[in-house]
Design a protein around this ligand. Structure first.
Ligand code: GPV
Length: 831
């Protein structure tokens, strides 16, 4: 590779950037040399691959420089442990971050190609369910951008999150085979394979001095093969890696089985081993409690810890004393909490360390992020299952728990058995369970929630006694999103306007957006901003037509709710409002409203019945409304199929209104709320999660807040909430719910949509949909009246973009560094 040109910046991992001409030559070189085809017959897929290969020359350069610098400086690093990474596509992201997107666009155009067509060749890398997985993806982008030594660890799922199709309005799941034909962004590293064990039994032995020693005789050995995905920081600052483990049968183990004549058995065990990394569990915020899931968790934690220890020993030898100085491990929710007993096992059983020293190390290495308070999401494993899969780890957890109860709990609350029962890592119920949240708090030096209110609720409602034991352990880090993907790359028109009005520093310093607020009243900027929104809406209308065959008018309000389907997120509240509008139109043919298009995007967990019924109901109501002449285009309803990162990138820049309508206290933070507001959508939202902080930033004139507060929700539930009262006392609610029971939306099949009504009435309406309904309707009316004044709306939209600087994931990462990781940034030097 050429030495840096005059354009190159010091302390940047990627030195020399190619000119358009060089890129063109490199693409053709790879078309010939890596793809074995030529310009006359290459498919779009081959062109895409050749371009990736050309770009990778620079990515790998940066990767080598980064890894060498980290090694030479023996830097402290953070290791982000997550079962999910919702990456989306990497092509435009990598090109933008390296800084060659425009050059590549020109190079490809000169070759007769449209860069957007090439982008469409890439499958989404959907190794996550929703917000938690996408947060991990934003965080690794920010860590690389800010030059922090960091590795993401996870699982190399063969199948990511299922693809969603609709069949007569019902969700169908199809397998996602994102890397069926290979993935140009990943590098296999067979030299770093790890082996891990599961099942078997524990033997108690004694050495010659009579010292007890536990020996785990595993039942199965499994190989972990690492695949590295380079993570390119903005402007090439650092190139970190995301290391994902793929499971394989251990050669060693199969050899034995093979020799003993069990050929078929060996093949079966092979398949079983490979099953571990086959598929991502599609449940979002529900604990499935399945054996394979526990094995997935342990598999990647054990591989990753061994990888970390190998690297540590290479630099520091066998002296463990510096381990906590060099290594921080962030647990993305409790999913990787089994890493705590695994590190204890490695230290005590393998490295012969005393318990206290080992525990001291653990407690200085792990930190835990809580992402939800929902009881159904708080992971518990049955002791029985744990013992079967990880017998030695269960013993270790018992010992962690015994010491915790004796040395901590009993000291603060002597003889208080209620406290012990409540705080024990083992829940003593009919079926005893291991509480992974408790284990995570006890084993970590820091615990954080993901938005201010959520972090307060973690302390007050989830772990109050833990706070009494360790007040300083608990902190907040409000979530953020990467402005590179969620503004610069997905909304190039707005990005350009920002560059021209406030300069181009905002992608790495989002607080710069505040300067844009000075233009909120400027008619020229208002016009430019609204024209961009209009173009983005027209683009989305084309996508909608293509995917659903529904025509929508770009001059209508685009009202967007995109997130997983969950009762607590209340897509059905949105639906009730749509039905209210429809009913008003039918009752008053001249009903005056600003035309509105309601756009949904959501996947439901395959086993979540009511969530699927809500999707079905929205689709059926949409069908009726969209084909009803009497509506005269005042209302359209669109459920976009297969919502994913790539669709989000098209919907977010085109949104006027952002629906953030969860029951107060249920949404830990939300991050879609940030992306939409950043792109100039006005939020209709409850005082929940990060909405509260968004409202603080943009001010009450630029957000439409409604509904019960957390305290009001608690008070109402304490005094007894009766959803039937709302049904009987509110004629609009009654009419709408009764309507859903008729066959109006499902001709000839009455009762097909009755699940929603049943859950809201007989089911007791656990998420207070009816209690918040009228307040929601008013918040929507307010938004509509705002929209009627286009200049006023432009001002609000501009101020939303301008005042979202706080919500960059760069700020979140800086907060983690300061409050949790205590890392130094590391400037990368070139060879
Ligand atoms: I736990 N979250 C998620 O997407 N999946 C999960 O399994 C769990 C939490 C989400 C929360 O629901 C969001 O409020 C939050 O913004 C996001 O995690 C990232 O913190």
């Amino acid at each position: 590779m050429k030495k840096s040109t005059s354009k190159a910046k010091a302390s940047v991992a990627i030195a020399a950037l190619p000119s358009t001409e060089e890129l063109k030559n490199s693409i053709i070189k790879h078309l010939h040399g890596s793809l074995g085809t030529d310009v006359n017959k290459a498919s779009p897929q081959a062109w895409w691959r050749a371009t990736c290969a050309a770009v990778n020359e620079y990515v790998y350069d940066g990767l080598r420089n980064t890894q060498r610098t980290h090694y030479l400086q023996n830097t402290r690093a953070v290791h982000y442990f997550s079962l999910e990474y919702l990456m989306g596509r990497l092509f435009s992201n990598n090109l933008h971050n390296i800084g060659v997107y425009d050059a590549a666009k020109v190079a490809l155009a000169e070759l007769g190609l449209n860069i957007a067509d090439l982008e469409d060749q890439e499958e989404d890398m959907a190794l996550g369910n929703g917000g938690l997985g996408r947060l991990a993806a934003c965080f690794i982008d920010s860590m690389a951008t800010l030059n922090f030594p960091a590795i993401g660890y996870g699982i190399h799922y063969e199948h990511g999150l299922f693809k969603q199709e609709f069949s007569d309005g019902r969700q169908i799941e199809r397998p996602d085979s994102w890397r069926e034909y290979g993935n140009p962004w990943e590098i296999c590293r067979p030299e770093s394979i790890q082996e891990i064990s599961v099942y078997g039994y524990v033997e108690t032995t004694y050495d010659l001095q009579g010292k007890m020693k536990k020996v785990w005789h595993p039942g199965r050995i499994i190989k972990g093969v690492p695949w590295d995905i380079p993570v390119v920081g903005y402007q090439g600052s650092s190139v970190n890696v995301l290391r994902l483990w793929e499971s394989r049968a251990s050669d060693f183990f199969n050899w034995d089985v093979f020799n003993s004549g069990g050929y078929i058995d060996a093949a079966r065990q092979n398949i079983e081993a490979e099953t571990i990394s086959k598929v991502l569990y599609p449940n979002d915020e529900t604990d499935a409690g399945k054996e394979l899931r526990l094995i997935q968790q342990y598999f990647f934690c054990s591989c990753s810890l061994k990888d970390i220890i190998r690297r540590y020993k290479r630099a520091n030898g066998d002296d463990w004393s510096k381990f906590p100085q060099q290594v921080a491990i962030q647990l993305n929710d409790t999913h990787p909490a089994v890493a705590i007993p695994e590190l204890m096992r490695i230290l005590v059983d393998r490295a012969d360390m005393g318990w206290d020293d080992a525990w001291n190390i653990c407690q200085h290495v792990f930190a835990y992020t809580n992402h939800t308070l929902l009881p159904e999401a708080l992971e518990k494993w049955s002791v029985r299952l744990f013992e079967k899969v990880l017998p030695r780890h269960l013993e270790i957890i018992y010992e962690i728990n015994r010491r915790f109860l004796v040395e901590q709990v009993d000291v603060l609350w002597p003889g208080d058995n209620d406290k012990k029962r409540k705080l024990s890592i083992i829940e003593e119920s009919h079926e005893p369970m291991v509480r992974m949240g408790h284990l995570s708090v006890v084993g970590s030096f820091r615990v954080n929630g993901v938005a201010q209110i959520h972090s307060e609720l973690v302390k007050s409602d989830l772990f109050p006694e833990m706070v009494a034991l360790w007040p300083d352990k608990f902190t907040n880090v409000t979530n953020g999103v990467t402005p590179r993907r969620w503004l610069k790359a997905c909304n190039p028109r707005l990005a350009k306007l920002l560059d021209e009005t406030i300069g181009d520093e905002w992608p790495r310093d989002l607080k710069q957006l505040e300067k844009f607020a000075a233009f909120a009243d400027d008619p020229a900027i208002q016009d430019a901003f609204m024209a961009i929104k209009q173009q983005n809406k027209a683009d989305l209308a084309t996508v909608v037509k293509k995917l659903t065959n529904i025509s929508i008018d770009p001059h209508a309000i685009f009202d967007v709710q995109i997130k997983r389907l969950h009762e607590y997120k209340r897509q059905h509240l949105n639906l009730l409002h749509i039905l209210a509008l429809y009913r008003r139109i039918l009752q008053n043919p001249d009903y005056d409203m600003v035309p509105r298009v309601f756009l949904f995007g959501a996947k439901a967990a395959p086993g979540y019945k009511l969530a699927k019924e809500i999707i079905y109901a929205i689709n059926k109501v949409a069908e009726k409304i969209n084909n009803d002449k009497r509506v005269k285009n005042r209302l359209k309803v669109v459920f976009m199929p297969n919502y994913r990162v790539t669709l989000a990138e098209k919907m977010i820049p085109a949104a006027d209104v952002s629906e953030q309508i969860s029951t107060a206290g249920k949404e830990a933070s939300g991050t879609g709320n940030m992306k939409l507001a950043l792109n100039g959508a006005i939020t209709v939202g409850t005082l929940d999660g990060a909405n509260i902080e968004i409202a603080e930033e943009v001010g009450p004139d630029n957000i439409s807040i409604f509904g019960l507060t957390v305290d009001e929700v608690k008070a109402l539930q304490a005094k007894g909430y009766h959803s039937w009262d709302y049904y009987y006392q509110d004629t609009e609610i009654k009419a709408i719910l009764d309507w859903l029971e008729t066959d109006y939306f499902t001709p000839g099949k009455p009762g097909e949509l009755s699940a929603i009504k049943r859950s809201l009435l007989e089911g007791g309406d656990p998420y207070l949909v009816l209690a918040d309904f009228q307040s929601y309707v008013k918040a929507q009316e307010k938004v509509e009246s705002w929209y009627r004044d286009q200049s006023g709306w432009a001002k609000k939209a501009i101020l939303n973009t301008a005042l979202m600087g706080k919500f960059t994931s760069d700020r979140s990462i800086e907060d983690y560094v300061e409050r949790v990781w205590k890392l130094d940034a590391c400037k990368i030097s070139q060879d």
